[in-house]
Design a protein around this ligand. Sequence first.
Ligand SMILES: O=C(O)CCC(=O)C(=O)O
Ligand SMILES: [Fe+2]
Length: 203
Amino acid sequence: MTGDLFANEPPRNLLPFDGEVLLLREIMTPDDADRAFARLKTGIVWQQEIAKIHGKEIPVPRLTAWFGEVAYRYSGVYHPAAPFPSVVAPLRKLAEDLSGAPFNTVLLNYYRDGRDSVSWHADDEDVLGENPVIASLSFGEERRFHFRHKKTGDRISIDLPHNSALIMAGETQHCWLHQIPKTARQVNGRINLTFRNTQPEAR
Ligand SMILES: O=C(O)CCC(=O)C(=O)O
Ligand SMILES: [Fe+2]
């Protein structure tokens, strides 16, 4: 018998305390995942955002896009509601089915190569509520994801493969920061979709 003994094991919590993080692999067929990556890469209108840091304008080291059923204010910029494009709508349904939580907004990140990254932060904006469930889908190149506990400094490292979902829940955003560091490895593009449930923001 050559069956995979662990194929049906429930995923375990990757955080030692103060939150819940699950990594789900092979969330769709390999063909569907490859197609999703290709369609996202060419079908999304990717934006180069500019951050103002100490009065200096710095291009954010990745491309981004945002869609949602409710308007959203981010770094003082008002994003009006924007319907989910056809390539994103089935991924939202999948994210909801995998996590058991509803999502009305999505932030997309396109890491073009190893120089692209996201620096330490928590998804802890007020409009996401107290202990938000966030489903983060990965397509394309595998990249390393770090958690760092805000008080103890404990660190957890997770490789996020193509065709996977990272579900963050409980106190995760309250107690831990996360990042995707730059890498000197030669890497191809990676696309991430971070589904959230956002309270409508007053204009
Ligand atoms: O690319 C990722 O996996 C994480 C992105 C992220 O943390 C965010 O958009 O808030
Ligand atoms: Fe994040």
